[in-house]
Design a binder for this molecule. Structure first.
Ligand code: GDP
Length: 281
């Protein structure tokens, strides 16, 4: 699903997240480990304010491990709580729950001291489309035998998913918009599959991808497409890859659109291995 964001949708999304914030103790902010900056909502700090937050670099299984380690260090240096996870297999989720418990311990200790009955930690997941919010919710629900019940909320009843004894998760995530102002962000979102349809021109996305690989991952580019040396000119790269992969038109000319599609599919499908596209740590 790709959402076309308009000012009205953004205002509504923000309102919904702001309402639900009141119901939870902590936010799980999901981003894509391959683009931890480009996949973040540009207003996330203003929206969630002082609410405790754990930044989850999801799809860590697809990201460049070395870069993920650098990003984690970067966010930790900013005093952010951060973890790399893989919502699909569940890797990192035990750590996530432990981290939430540890962050909220002072709050829960205070509650206990006031004689308030202990309860589970309440959390919600937020993030832009396609970062893995539903996958994470399903994973947590499955792992811990989902039991949804209705607890009256501030405005309307919310369904919670019980995750073991310690955590209750809102069953619907907060969906926020991505950054639009930066063209490069658009290409990175497209290359990681966050924007699936043809909002951007296919050839432009593939050109961006090839240039990025040429500068940052030349060896994987050479290996995947059997280059002896990587051509300087993008058009020569297209020629070579198009011919290699049989993306040809009737007369034997290169079909550039088909070549672009092939390149994008290869990148999204991890055919060039684990890549990280946000590299300015
Ligand atoms: P949502 O829009 O944020 O709810 O995203 P989804 O949960 O629908 O996930 C988008 C796509 O990413 C789906 O194809 C998922 O299978 C895939 N996905 C989600 N989490 C992971 C992960 O940790 N690793 C990998 N490799 N794929 C994931």
């Amino acid at each position: 699903m790709t959402i076309q964001w308009f000012p009205g949708h953004m205002a509504k999304a923000r309102r919904e997240v702001t309402e639900k914030l009141k119901l939870v103790d902590i936010i799980f902010e999901l981003v894509d480990a391959r683009i931890p900056i480009s996949s973040a909502n540009p207003m996330i700090d203003q929206i969630i304010q002082q609410k405790p937050r754990i930044k989850l670099l999801n799809k860590a299984d697809m990201a460049d491990k070395h870069m993920t380690a650098r990003w984690i260090e970067h966010f930790e240096n900013q005093n952010q709580h951060v973890l790399a996870i893989d919502a699909q297999t569940g890797a990192g989720l035990d750590k996530m729950i432990k981290m939430a418990e540890s962050i909220l311990k002072p709050k829960f200790d205070r509650m206990r001291a006031k004689g308030i009955k202990p309860r589970a930690i309440r959390a919600m997941i937020v993030g832009i489309p396609n970062v893995g919010k539903s996958t994470l919710i399903n994973r947590l629900a499955k792992k811990n035998i989902a039991k949804t019940g209705n607890t009256p909320g501030v405005t309307k009843a919310q369904a919670w998913i019980k995750v073991g004894k310690v955590l209750e998760l809102l069953d619907t995530p907060g969906i926020l918009w991505p950054k639009f102002e930066d063209e490069e962000v658009g290409y990175k979102l497209a290359l990681t599959g966050a924007i699936k349809d043809t909002i951007l021109n296919l050839q432009d996305i593939a050109v961006y991808g090839l240039r990025f690989l040429q500068s940052n991952y030349p060896n994987v580019l050479m290996e995947r497409y059997q280059f002896e040396t990587i051509p300087e000119e993008i058009v020569d790269m297209f020629e070579h890859i198009g011919r290699l992969r049989g993306c040809l038109m009737a007369g034997g000319e290169i079909n550039y659109d088909k070549t672009a599609e092939t390149i994008i599919r290869d990148i999204r499908g991890q055919k060039l291995g684990n890549l990280t596209f946000d590299i300015d740590v």
